[in-house]
Design a protein around this ligand. Sequence first.
Ligand code: ATP
Length: 236
Amino acid sequence: MSSLDVQGLTVFYGRTEALKGIDLTVAEGQVVCLIGANGAGKTTTMRALSGLTRPRAGAIRLDGADIAGWRPHRVAAAGMLQVPEGRQVFAELTVAENLAMGAWLLADRAETARRQDQVLARFPRLKERLDQPAGSMSGGEQQMLALGRALMGAPRLLLLDEPSMGLAPLFVEEIFSIVADLKREGTTILLVEQNASAALEVADYAYVLETGRIVLEGPAATVAHDPAVVAAYLGG
Ligand code: ATP
């Protein structure tokens, strides 16, 4: 478990300011969601946090240490793991090999096997497909694998970027039920979602991002009843 405190996070792409100094906090054991329209800067936020995109300014404190500007492998080693948007599993590798990649920091084979058993207990579909190339699985199965691979790294803080994107309703339900399970077990999660209603239901706290700025924040139940949020994101 872990806590994250972000202040003044600013990201430029060339001359375009994609993130205009955002502040957000994810307390230990909480699920916090970040919602916003296409192009608001949700993925940019995740990439800046995980070290894939270098911020121009701002502090990213993970358990008090400022990790802004750290390389992705160092951020991962510090316990903050991202499940990227669009799944991005290793298509040519088998499910088992993909899972093993998630435990790259572990030298201990017995511990790796123990974690794999835990992940497979959570994702029975993966258990049936251990020797299947990841690229041959359905989108929903690949999303399960991407999540399972991150869990192999025993994250202290999980960054989930649009886990339900492009999935059939049954898989969306399954993904959110897994997020709810992880929350019950005390995993700290920052969740980016276009499916605002499902995200607000599982989250403790929510931020609304519009064109690179946080325009609203509050307990998820309060944000879910905000008239502007209902109109813009909840189909009201
Ligand atoms: P979506 O839900 O569509 O993925 P998002 O909220 O995740 O949107 P971002 O992908 O973070 O939004 O994009 C924020 C802004 O930054 C957008 O205007 C986008 O066009 C721009 N942007 C993103 N990546 C780059 C890049 N590599 N180069 C230039 N501009 C970029």
